[in-house]
Write a protein that binds this ligand. Structure first.
Ligand code: ADP
Length: 495
């Protein structure tokens, strides 16, 4: 009897395959790094073939590591970087262009035009999102306009659009299934979160032929069987869910009011709002958390584009560190009150500013400014942005006293204490850094009947490290006001 569950976590900086037993304990894990390409300022791309090949090789390697065959795997769960946009030929599976990554800003002009036409309200009402290049619709519109012949081929129903979940499902099923799930669809700016359908009016607005679109399914169910040529046996794909929604589930935030924040490449704070579609008055996003048996659970989300990616910038562009983990010891040599303040608007600013064109700035440098101050400024900038999100969430009527966190950056204890201090919030890191993969695996296990209901995830979730604010609130408030003043100064600069 097949007894393992395989979770595929296709992230922005790496692909992972994690094998779980029936009780959802990790048996084996494999990971491969994935490069990002920046062909022009503001453009961020990835090679689709590399996305697929890293996933494929991780699966092969994880089966080998555990000493099992594909026939021992009862089901696959997929979780993925969201919004990243791909376009491929239905007949051959060949992609027309590199994947346009969620951080890409090339369609900011089109988004500004939408805002100027006052269409933000319509978009928010229908999709829960805003006119920003972050989402898939304007990326797809750009592809149809700029790739030679794409528009015509799309109209002839020769092409498939997909986010990374759809693309992986297509590859895994040998080109048999073109589908997505409600959580990923809700990030495209084309999906009506009330009717749970692709929205004709929006398709018309973005000039996107409906023939391109994948079928939208519940987050758990039979999505398809893997092509047996790939792994030697046909494995059912039983769940698909966007990475932030998967982390919400993996963090056992299954009741309305519970919230988590994931610190990977970007940071995404998500609050479960149950059956309620809360329309934010403070520029948070409303999104589908998951849809099971046709019933939707919704969430409010705040999105920061540069979290761990700011640390990567220190490593890859400034060369002041060799490894992300070095920021911890460096930051310990400085303090929150240092004069240096980084606004990491390298790819614009997300919630609550939604300024795609703004650029990053480092304020307050002196002759003493060195690696330690840069490391502390980078880590604090993520904490301040988190406070922006928590403030917007509070203004929308939800108070977050305690935040569950996960993701690569949460290996850094200095950062987690800074997060607790500067946001004045209790921080709990969960027992696993793989809450995302766990969420997808749990949905597959639910589909297999290993668990009877969503609340069973509470039996698996365990608290790891905990952090309480140690900084007086009055000091934290003062530091936050300094951050707000710096952001205002930056957004009003016209360089
Ligand atoms: P993703 O799923 O978006 O690819 P991960 O959750 O794997 O991201 O986290 C990777 C990110 O975490 C990288 O951007 C890296 O810079 C950051 N990171 C990893 N370890 C640390 C650390 N010890 N301190 C600070 N940042 C870290």
């Amino acid at each position: 009897m097949a007894k393992y569950i395989l979770s595929i976590d296709q992230g922005t900086t790496s692909s992972r395959a994690i094998l779980y037993n029936k009780a959802l304990q990790v048996i084996a894990c494999q990971q491969q790094e994935l490069p990002l390409n920046y062909p022009k300022p503001g453009w961020v791309e990835q090679d689709p073939e590399q996305i697929w090949q890293t996933v494929y090789h991780c699966i092969i390697a994880v089966l080998h590591q555990a000493g099992i065959n594909a026939s021992d795997v009862a089901g696959i769960g997929i979780t993925n970087q969201r919004e990243t946009t791909l376009l491929w030929h239905r007949a051959t599976g060949k992609v027309l262009y590199p994947a346009i990554v969620w951080q890409d800003r090339r369609s900011s002009k089109q988004c500004q035009q939408l805002k100027d036409q006052g269409l933000d309200t319509l978009l928010q009402q229908k999709t829960g999102l805003l006119a920003d290049p972050y989402f898939s619709a304007t990326k797809l519109a750009w592809l149809l306009q700029h790739v030679a012949g794409a528009k015509q081929q799309a109209e002839n129903a020769e092409l498939c659009f997909g986010t990374v979940d759809s693309y992986l499902l297509w590859q895994l099923t040998g080109g048999k299934v073109h589908a997505t799930d409600a959580s990923n669809a809700s990030r495209t700016l084309l999906f009506n979160i009330h009717s749970q359908c692709w929205d004709d009016e929006l398709l018309k607005l973005f000039d996107i032929p409906a023939t391109l679109l994948p079928e939208v399914k519940d987050n758990a169910g039979l999505f398809g069987l893997t092509d047996s040529k790939l792994f030697g046996a046909a494995i059912p794909v039983l769940s698909m869910i966007g990475d932030q929604q998967a982390a919400l589930l993996g963090q056992a935030c299954v009741s309305a009011g519970m919230s988590k924040s994931t610190y990977g490449t970007g940071c995404f704070a998500v609050v479960n709002t149950g059956e309620n579609i809360i329309s934010s008055q403070h520029k948070l996003l409303t999104t589908v958390a998951w849809r099971l048996n046709g019933n939707c659970t919704y969430a409010l989300e705040g999105s920061i584009f540069m979290a761990g990616a700011t640390v990567q910038w220190l490593r890859d562009k400034l060369g002041v560190i060799q490894q992300a983990s070095e920021t911890e010891a460096l930051a310990e040599q400085s303090h929150y009150q240092q004069t240096e303040l980084l606004i990491p608007a390298f790819t614009g600013l997300g919630t609550p500013y939604w300024q795609p064109e703004i650029k990053a700035a480092l304020f307050g440098m002196t002759r003493d400014t060195g690696r330690a101050e840069l490391a502390a400024a980078a880590l604090c900038s993520v904490a301040y942005q988190s406070r922006d999100l928590l403030t917007a969430i509070a203004q929308d009527g939800i108070t977050v006293d305690s935040l569950r966190v996960d993701g690569g950056m949460t290996a850094n204890r200095w950062y987690l204490q800074a997060l607790s201090d500067l946001t004045q919030t209790e921080i709990t890191r969960c027992h696993t850094t793989d809450a995302t993969a766990l969420g997808a695996a749990f949905l597959a296990a639910l589909q297999l009947g290993y668990f009877s209901c969503l609340n069973n995830i509470e039996q698996i979730w365990q608290a790891g490290w905990q952090f309480q604010p140690q900084l007086p609130a009055i000091t934290a408030d003062g530091l936050y006001r300094r951050w707000q003043r710096a952001v205002v100064a930056l957004t009003t600069l016209d360089l």
